[in-house]
Design a protein around this ligand. Structure first.
Ligand code: MCA
Ligand code: AMP
Length: 505
């Protein structure tokens, strides 16, 4: 019998392994500490040993709800090297939200912030997972890794094996785990490095969270692939960014980053003199912001468009015209078409319809949800984004709206259905409608309209308390309205556009 053919580990071999001997600088942290690429590879190997000793086998899930530290990034690399599936969670999620993800994903290892340890251990006990902490005094994972060998035998993983599972909420029911393969992530990182010409000369300001596609894959995978330096900031800190700008070349952010920078007089053209590229995504960048940014700095923000299920789909060009209010052209290897949302029929250039996407970037389906997968991922390989757009003859895409009921606040997605489901269960609430209104800082903010049951006057403090216990802070409605009835069309459907218009102020 033939021996086993080594397929190698697609993503690890491209992103991490090449840096094994490198003395080049990689991470620059808030506390002034730095890590070279070579030291990072060795640290990842040490953490990979901890994962394997904790029982991680190829395809097992590693759930991570942890602060943004250099060991958190090394943990991502370690999960890849040990053949695991990396599952990052928003640090703002409540125990109730985390409980769902853990019961659905059935992880072998959970890594959490030291301060959440007691709560997580209760949830983990039911799932039979090992718990490690990151950050704080206990810092269990880091301590466990300190004594481990600095070399780890990389576990084979092929192109279609899963590298990550990212949960994304939906317009119906509970969150879905988007299964992302090694090839999904590598092909997209490669396309972006080529398109944006990221090199080892680049110095990226990284102020995004590392539990979503933008901060984890768009920013970090590309930096790793290119060997760029990364100034790792725990959170968005305006002063820290202003300080870092003169020594940096690249910033990736959500539109709120750019409006906050523009609101500060210290943000000047001189400060951005060494900058090569400002990238915006995750939410619509207002054309006004784009123009004001150019006037102030001389730089034209490069807007791109993507989704958790697809990584990046389109980008404005690095060279060539970056048009405010458009998201540019499909990435190489990615096909985009516009279809009739009702019939799926392909629409010609210039007509508004559903944006569909196909390519190596498109995910492998939803974890444990074949029915949902079949609804959104056609057999032809085209994925229905739920975004409405228009395409020019030469392929440029403009997003004009959403077929899905979604609010994007500061780059975080909020699905009204998730909030309405909780509100509608509360005693005294007959029905509710949650919608977004324009917000100067976050782009959109959440409003809840509540119709009380006849004869009831709802206890607003109690309602807020129930939502706070169950949902992450960023999903909480900032305003509540009491209505006698919700506006409906002749078919009985709630007219959220009417609510949005009526309460925009
Ligand atoms: C924080 N808060 C928010 C948000 N962020 N509320 C609504 N929406 C938010 N996005 C809450 C805080 O809990 C706090 O609550 C209050 O608002 C004020 O917080 P502040 O200090 O101003 O916020 P911050 O800590 O500075 O954070 C704002 C932020 C952050 C920097 C814009 O939200 C952020 O990093 N967003 C990026 C999200 C992201 O990475 N998205 C990519 C998803 P309190 O009232 O208690 O004080 S990936 C994606 O969408 C696709 C794939 C793509 O294309 O990229
Ligand atoms: P997520 O569910 O976090 O993956 O968010 C994906 C959604 O964010 C997309 O379906 C779009 O609605 C939105 N999005 C991402 N980038 C942009 C952009 N540049 N302009 C407008 N919307 C965007």
């Amino acid at each position: 019998m033939q021996g086993k053919i080594s397929v190698t580990n697609i993503l690890y071999d491209a992103l991490i392994a090449p840096h094994e001997e490198s003395t080049a600088s990689f991470l620059h942290c808030d506390d002034g500490s730095t890590l070279t690429y070579g030291a990072f590879v060795r640290r990842a190997a040490q953490i990979a040993h901890v994962l394997r000793d904790a029982g991680i086998r190829p395809g097992d899930r590693v759930v991570v709800q942890a602060p943004k530290l250099s060991d958190t990034i090394a943990l991502y690399a370690a999960a890849l090297q040990s053949g695991a599936i990396y599952l990052p969670l928003n640090t703002a999620y409540t125990q109730s939200e985390v409980g769902y993800f853990i019961s659905d994903a059935q992880p072998t290892v959970i890594v959490c912030d030291s301060t959440d340890e007691a709560q997580i251990r209760i949830i983990a006990g039911d799932a039979g997972a090992r718990v490690f902490t990151l950050g704080g005094r206990s810092g269990g994972l880091s301590r466990a890794a300190d004594d481990k060998p600095e070399i780890f035998p990389t576990v084979d993983r092929g192109p279609d094996d899963l590298a990550a599972l990212l949960y994304t909420s939906g317009t119906t029911g509970r969150s879905k785990g988007a299964m992302l393969s090694h090839n999904n992530l590598l092909s997209n990182a490669g396309a972006l490095v080529d398109l944006w010409e990221i090199t080892r000369e680049d110095r990226l300001i990284h102020a995004l969270p590392v539990f979503h596609t933008h901060g984890l894959f768009v920013a970090l995978n590309t930096s790793l692939l290119a060997g760029a330096q990364v100034r790792l900031m725990q959170t968005f800190d305006l002063d820290a960014i202003l300080n870092a700008l003169p020594g940096s070349t690249l910033l990736m952010g959500v539109p709120t980053f750019y409006t906050r920078l523009l609101a500060d007089d210290r943000f000047t053209k001189a400060l951005t003199g060494n900058m090569r590229l400002f990238v915006s995504g995750s939410a619509p960048l207002l054309a006004d912001t784009h123009k004001e940014f150019e006037t102030r700095t001389g730089h034209r923000i490069l807007e791109r468009y993507g989704m958790t299920e697809t990584n990046m789909i389109t980008s404005n060009p690095l060279h060539g015209e970056r048009i405010a209010g458009t998201v540019g052209y499909p990435l190489p290897g990615t096909q985009v078409r516009i279809t009739n949302p009702e019939t799926g029929e392909h629409l010609p250039a210039g007509e508004i319809g559903m944006i569909e996407v196909r390519g190596d970037n498109v995910f492998r389906g939803y974890w444990n949800m074949p029915k949902k997968t079949a609804e959104e991922l056609r057999e032809t390989g085209f994925f229905l984004t739920g975004d409405l757009g228009i395409q020019t003859e030469d392929g440029r895409i403009t997003i004009v709206g959403r077929a899905k009921d979604l609010i994007i606040s500061g780059g975080y997605n909020i699905y009204p259905k998730e909030i309405e489901d909780i509100l509608n269960e509360i005693e005294g609430v007959d029905e509710s409608a949650v919608f977004g209104i324009p917000h100067p800082d976050f782009g959109e903010s959440v409003v809840a309209a509540i119709v009380p049951e006849p004869g009831h006057s709802p206890d607003m403090a109690a309602i807020k308390g129930i939502l706070e216990a169950q949902l992450a802070r960023f999903k909480h409605p900032r305003d509540y309205i009491l209505l006698e009835e919700l506006p409906r069309n002749t078919m009985g459907k709630v007219q959220k556009n009417v609510l949005r218009q009526s309460y925009a102020d």
